[in-house]
Write a protein that binds this ligand. Structure first.
Ligand code: ZN
Ligand code: ZN
Length: 359
């Protein structure tokens, strides 16, 4: 350990101190005091996720721990390892994810459902995250970047949350190759990736979103059909979706990344009998309302899908490494985070913003 280059005492970080207030760029101590099972990652890039905005606003039932450095879509280089860490080395390129650490012994952790671990901590929500130059994380929870991703490029960062989450939700949908799925909120950060994972997994997709820019992006990302929910034609969104399916009976599954209640309700109407609605977007305070009669006689499943486990991280990265997933993104400096949040709030973001922590 003696030969390691020394770490700086201070780092730049975007710090939230009060719920509902934008973070400010501050100089804070580098978290050098890592636990025996942790690693310290020098973060190079961090994507900005919608969940980060919920952490700022404090509008989810689970409240963030303040003061807080947000961010959970980071990639960087391991610069320190804890005394008990055996399988991550100094110099490894890794990803930092939503799950910062989990107990590894409960029934959920031992069955690869660590997102459900009641002792888990979430990066950039309960513990400091990736909107900083350095971030501490449990070694077992980092994502190892495949050898084919040699350099730390900004487009890898969004795979750490948007990629893993959208990939997992397609698996949860139960849709099989050749079947059609609807992807709602398809022009956003997760939707764009879901369209590409769907295509790579042999599924046909109907993208639902609004506006010409999102139409163009969705079709470029592999959508077979685009439906503008603001202008679906006279028959409305539900009939417009059904009409595009092979037998007119509706889609096998709908993946709802949208914010707002209406899209969830519509999805329960345009999935085919025995179809599945997968809720992924988490609009603050929203409820799903649907007819129980309709659910029973059409045998519809409505379920949630939340992030992904360690194997799914590896698989989601593997699709990316094989060139099957492109991440539409824009790189800005760490200092610009508040303006990115403003754009997210207004729904103006197509794809992902990625912060360069050195700027
Ligand atoms: Zn996220
Ligand atoms: Zn656990």
């Amino acid at each position: 350990m003696a030969s390691l280059p020394p770490l700086p005492e201070k780092m730049k970080a975007q710090v939230c101190t009060e719920a509902g207030k934008m973070p400010t760029l501050q100089e804070v101590p580098v978290p050098k005091d890592i636990g025996p099972d942790q690693v310290l990652v020098h973060i190079k890039y961090s994507g900005v996720c919608h969940s980060d905005l919920h952490a700022v606003n404090g509008d989810w039932p689970l409240k963030p721990v303040l003061p807080l450095i947000g961010g959970h879509e980071g990639i960087g280089e391991v610069v320190r390892i804890g005394t008990a860490v055996k399988d991550v080395k100094i110099g490894d390129h890794v990803g930092v994810k939503w799950i910062n650490n989990s107990c590894m012994t409960c029934g959920f952790c031992t069955s690869a459902e660590e997102t459900l671990c009641t002792k888990a901590s979430f990066t950039g929500y309960m513990v400091d995250g990736t909107f900083a130059e350095y971030c501490a994380v449990q070694a077992a929870s980092v994502a190892r970047l495949p050898d084919s991703i040699l350099t730390l490029k900004p487009d890898v960062a969004p795979i750490m949350c948007a990629g893993i989450t959208s990939y997992r939700s397609l698996k949860e949908s139960g849709a099989k190759p050749g079947q059609t799925v609807a992807i709602v909120g398809a022009g956003g950060g997760l939707g764009c990736l879901a369209l590409q994972y769907a295509k790579a997994m042999g599924l046909r997709s109907i993208a639902i979103d609004t506006g010409d820019e999102k139409r163009k992006t969705c079709l470029e990302m592999g959508a077979d059909v685009f439906i503008d929910f603001m202008d679906p034609g006279q028959e409305g969104v539900v009939e417009a979706v059904k009409k595009t399916t092979v037998d007119g009976m509706g889609v096998y599954a709908a993946l709802v990344f949208a914010v707002g209640e209406k899209p969830f309700e519509q999805a329960s109407q345009y999935v085919r009998p025995k179809g599945t609605v997968v809720c992924i977007g988490v609009p603050a305070g929203a409820q799903v309302s649907t007819s129980i009669f309709d659910m029973v006689i059409r045998m519809i499943t409505i379920k949630g899908s939340y992030f992904g486990n360690r194997l799914e991280s590896i698989e989601a990265l593997d699709f990316f490494a094989r060139g099957l997933i492109k991440v539409p993104h824009k790189v800005v400096g760490l200092s610009e985070l508040p303006s990115v949040f403003e754009k997210l709030e207004k729904g103006e973001v197509v794809g992902r913003y990625v912060l360069d922590t050195s700027k």
